[in-house]
Design a protein around this ligand. Structure first.
Ligand SMILES: [Zn+2]
Length: 235
């Protein structure tokens, strides 16, 4: 009898544990390395690595964009040399619109932007009481090495796996500039910092004016795939 009672208690505890664990995993899908990426879900610990991995699987990347109702569309391949070019070009469209229009990035950057833009709107609402209408950018694809040097590693821009953001035009007409407003101590700077922190939840590399002088006027966002190391930069 005592044995049966013990068995019942242990069984019930186990059942509760399993139910709790399942509920936790459901809430934290994006925090687990083995779950499928969902671009409509709230980003988690492994979202940047999962998005970066899409670079090796353009059809899956495009399918995920479609599934997430992204308005971005495929763009023609561009091959300049062995180190420069892309085969997963994506014309960025949606809310906010990129300015100038016609921004083409790699598919993973388009996926990361989709996730980031939702968080961006929440931050704009919280800090400035408005929404973002336009993303002011300095482009994505550029056949260059890191810091424009003559030799050394190629920039993520050489494969359109990066985008530089200069600022935002808000729905109420005001403009927010990384160069002008980053060092401010009011809500505009708070919004810019939130925008940077939110980008770290979908891009594997985020470099802001806090990183160095070369980034004083823009946020560099990229989806470099660093494999299992999961190394990320958010500065
Ligand atoms: Zn850049």
């Amino acid at each position: 009898m005592r044995f049966a009672l013990r068995l019942l208690v242990i069984g019930s505890l186990l059942a509760v544990l399993i139910i709790e664990a399942a509920a936790w995993m459901k809430r934290h899908r994006s925090d687990l390395p083995w779950t499928e990426l969902d671009l409509t879900a709230e980003p988690g610990r492994f979202t940047p690595a999962k998005i970066a991995e899409l670079g090796s699987d353009p059809p899956r990347c495009r399918a995920l964009l479609t599934e997430a109702a992204s308005l971005s569309t495929p763009a023609p391949d561009r091959i300049v040399s062995e180190s420069c070019g892309y085969r997963d070009g994506t014309r960025i469209k949606g809310t906010p619109e990129p300015s100038p229009a016609g921004l083409v990035t790699s598919c993973p950057v388009a996926a990361a932007m989709l996730v980031w833009e939702r968080e961006l709107q929440v931050a704009a609402n919280r800090h400035l009481g408005t929404s973002v209408r336009r993303l002011l950018h300095a482009g994505s694809f550029s056949c260059r090495r890191l810091y424009g040097r003559e030799s050394g590693a190629w920039s993520e821009h050489a494969t359109a796996d990066a985008v530089d953001i200069l600022g935002f035009t808000m729905a109420d007409g005001r403009t927010v500039s990384v160069l002008r407003d980053w060092r401010d101590d009011g809500p505009t700077a708070a919004f810019l910092r939130s925008a940077r922190d939110a980008a770290c939840r979908s891009f594997s590399t985020v470099l802001s004016p806090d990183y160095n002088e070369a980034h004083r006027d823009h946020l560099h966002l990229d989806t470099a795939d660093r494999g299992a190391s999961g190394w990320r930069a958010c500065r």
